[in-house]
Ligand binder design. Structure first.
Ligand code: UDX
Ligand code: ADP
Length: 462
């Protein structure tokens, strides 16, 4: 079954933000395994095979170039690749359902189900199927049922192996993971399949970082990790609101609180709200699960993390509006950063989408700049007041002649800009709304800006 000289054939279905970088690292670390990534999107596969990869992730390109065509392949021939594979990672998208039962909370499982059926139809040998996408708890059961339905004699062993990569640091997170989680059934075939994944990861992950659990614990741990991280952000953002009202400083508070080793310093940066494809989706999934089991208090506890995030984005908009004399009509605003965080071009669920839409509703004219996310920004805002939005790669040009600057993504280069030069070419009074506490506020104030930072008292000349 195994082709040519490779020890194993690994297949990944779904060539996205998860599948692409994960498989690139596996191919780099395991030269004796053939790794193939397939996708229904011809354009995506063509991009992976070109000089311009479909996603931006630090360290990704050089690792792709090192192994592409050697033991890493990108293909659209899904059916043949399924048949040749020993281990299949399922990495297709699992968005929140936007229709019918569970709309707005439950995961839309149509892509997973299509994939399961396709695996079943095209397999003529036993296979290990690994859930890589984040799935609702007990989704492995559904996969198992579909794969073993009908007269199928083929054995499929399902494993759960959630990813914990964060975008922008995805390669590092995959190469030096805090932990790799492998969930399996506690049966001889389940444990044998689990051992295959352990063998794969043992190429570079120390044994102490490999955690094995049952399937449901693995699926739930993924949701809970993201829920806990998001909950920390909502917690500090709620405190930012108190700081703005009381003149305490949220950076000082988060530093003081985070120094308690029981709490820790990470994920305590106040901002315009969390974004990205995971946090909101995974918490809502947890809420849905809790409601399903009639754990209504649990559901409302986690739902509050999302509500607070919505409140935080709206608060950022209201602060701009109030500071700029309660009207934004025809005022020009430069938006610094559109990606949901720096070092990625990804804008899925980015706070910038909500914030820009609201600013446009207030009839502001936006000049959006971002080093990697302008293409996605254009798609996200398409059809929404197109005449009042410009996309400008050069931040100096974006800020020329504007009344205010809204920093939404903390790209490193934004702290290095010449703000005196920017101030000189702005309308006066000049405002800056640092949504990430990324800039030197005292310096900006001394230049002449009216400075509004998250969770801090404003520094104003008016
Ligand atoms: C997250 C998890 O971190 C990762 O383990 C999981 O596999 C996928 O989801 P990601 O969404 O890529 O990763 O980015 P993350 O770094 O977690 O940031 C998420 C959002 O929270 C971003 O919008 C970021 O700006 C925001 N954030 C993060 C804050 O507002 N404050 C913080 O202190 C940290
Ligand atoms: P993630 O962040 O989870 O990786 P992405 O949207 O970036 O999500 O990637 C998921 C990929 O899965 C997309 O490129 C999409 O085209 C692909 N995909 C979705 N359904 C299927 C399917 N049935 N077969 C193959 N690929 C699929």
């Amino acid at each position: 079954m195994t082709q040519s000289n490779f020890k194993k054939n690994i297949l990944c279905i779904g060539a996205g933000y998860v599948g692409g970088p994960t498989m690139t690292v596996i191919a780099n670390k395991c030269p004796e395994y053939k790794v193939t990534i397939v996708d229904i999107s011809k354009e995506r596969i063509a991009a992976w095979n070109s000089d311009r990869l479909p996603i931006f992730e630090p360290g990704l390109e050089e690792r792709v170039l090192k192994v592409r065509g050697k033991n890493l392949f990108f293909s659209t021939d899904i059916d043949t690749c399924i048949n040749q594979a020993d281990i299949i990672f399922v990495s297709v998208n699992t968005p929140t359902k936007n229709f019918g039962e569970g709309a707005g909370k439950a995961v839309d499982l149509q892509f997973i189900e299509q994939t399961a059926r396709r695996i079943k139809e095209n397999s003529s040998s036993n296979k290990i199927v690994v859930e890589k996408s984040t799935l609702p708890v007990r989704a492995a059961e559904t996969l198992d049922t579909i794969l073993h339905s009908g007269n199928n004699k083929i054995q499929f062993e399902i494993l759960s192996n959630p990813e914990f990569m964060a975008e922008g640091t995805g390669i590092r997170d995959m190469e030096f993971p805090d932990r790799v989680l492998i969930g399996s059934k506690d049966t001889p075939t389940g444990l044998a399949a689990r051992q295959e994944l352990i063998d794969l990861y043992s190429h570079w992950v120390p044994e102490k970082n490999l955690i094995t659990t049952n399937l449901w614990s693995s699926e739930l741990s993924k949701l809970v990790s993201n829920a806990f991280l998001a909950q920390r952000i909502s917690s500090i953002n709620s405190i930012a609101a108190i700081c703005e009202a009381t003149e305490a400083d949220v950076t000082e508070v988060s530093n003081a609180v985070g120094r308690d080793s029981r709490i820790g310093a990470k994920f305590l940066n106040a901002g315009p709200g969390f974004g990205g494809s995971c946090f909101r989706k995974d918490i809502l999934n947890l809420v849905y699960l809790s409601e399903y089991y009639q754990l209504n208090e649990v559901a409302s506890f986690w739902e509050q993390v999302v509500s607070l995030n919505d409140y935080q984005m709206e608060r950022y908009v209201k602060r701009i509006l109030q500071a700029m004399f309660n009207t934004l009509v025809d005022k020009k605003l430069a938006v610094l950063g559109f990606a949901f965080k720096p070092d990625t071009g990804d804008t899925r669920d980015a706070p910038a989408i909500y914030i820009c839409k609201r600013l446009l509703e207030e009839k502001a004219c936006l000049r959006i700049t971002d080093p990697h996310a302008l293409e996605n920004a254009r798609k996200d805002l398409q059809g929404i007041d197109d005449n009042n939005v410009e996309y400008i790669i050069d931040p100096y040009k974006a800020a020329e002649g504007v009344h205010g600057i809204a920093l939404i993504t903390d790209w490193a280069e934004y702290s290095q800009l010449d703000y005196q030069k920017i101030f000189d070419k702005m309308e006066k009074p000049a405002f800056i709304f640092d949504g990430r506490n990324h800039l030197n506020h005292r310096e900006l104030f001394d230049i002449g800006f009216n400075v509004y930072a998250v969770g801090k008292a404003p520094l104003t000349h008016i």
